[in-house]
Design a protein around this ligand. Sequence first.
Ligand code: PHB
Length: 386
Amino acid sequence: MMDMLFQTFRLGRYDLPHRIVMAPLTRSRARQPGNIPSPMNACYYAQRASAAFIITEATQVSMQGQGYAWTPGIHSRDQVEGWRLVTEGVHKAGGLIFLQLWHVGRISHPALQPDGMLPVAPSAVQPKGMAFIENERGEGELVPFLAPRALQTEEIPYIVQQYVRGAKKALEAGFDGIEVHAANGYLLDQFLCSSTNQRADDYGGSVENRMRLLNQVVEALAGIWGPDRMGVRLSPMGTFNDIEDHDPERTFDLVASALNEYGLAYLHLVNPDVPALERGTEPHPRALRMLDTIHKQFRGPLIIAGGFDHETAESWLQLGRADLIAFGRKFLANPDLPERFCQHARLNADDPATYYGGGAIGYIDYPTLAQERGEEPRIQIDERWR
Ligand code: PHB
């Protein structure tokens, strides 16, 4: 039987040739100053255009939404021009690309904020851990997080407006769709989860209130893009960025049920038990039940990301646990990942030392199979991209 991974799939407005998605990956290589996508960034995405579709690295919708040095934005005209190079490159190579819209909330630092202000969040709860900033010498540096400033109720419409502006600019930049980043402990997830949301207004307390901001964002953006070119990413039971919900089963049950109403192109989940897959074992029963609950509530296409290889991806599709599988680290290191899976070819190993920041090395120099066979020249690295 043919692999399910290589069966076509209808995703919202698009016909996909297979089920292998490129997951969003922070690479911290936007051109400075201004966090502007560059020709090198366009080359990286165009190299990976054989994905069923690409979801870009998380991209801040505003200066306030930035949480790490050198991540790209979608709030200035130069950034729109930079992203246009990316979308044109991917389209020329026959691919599709969705922009992931991001506001980090408390996972930031005054050094990254406009006018050195405090980051904003649902409540003034300080995250454990460190922020990645650019220091005065222009180098990356880790510094402790601070307690953020709690948003006033009257400010929340302006948060929605930041997403609206980003979504409109994404249209201008020629993307095929957008993904709302509501996962991994960033702003929308901070509203969803009880450990970071201690609000007493209409945006805190009950799950209905905690998901109000996400619903308002999704509704506003669906009005711009149409729900059939839009997805939402969640990380149920996630703990990344020092976040926790006291009852994730109930919270994400209700969130999935609410999102089901919009007719979205897809829901994208971070696998709640990546370590199990990486060990080659079944996920924790609680993680499996969580996925099952969401699957029952959300009746549109489901994408799952995190820790998959060819075999586990195929098996999860066969079991009906997902419709598409997103690959991050494997796509980073293998620009022709679908072809490599198809041929059961060896994979390049990813190099964690070059995940974030730097230039072309560990970014656009991972070879394709054709390059390994000498049929195509290896990428010539421009000196300016080092
Ligand atoms: C990161 O930059 O480390 C990062 C960004 C977005 C995520 C997760 C991690 O969703």
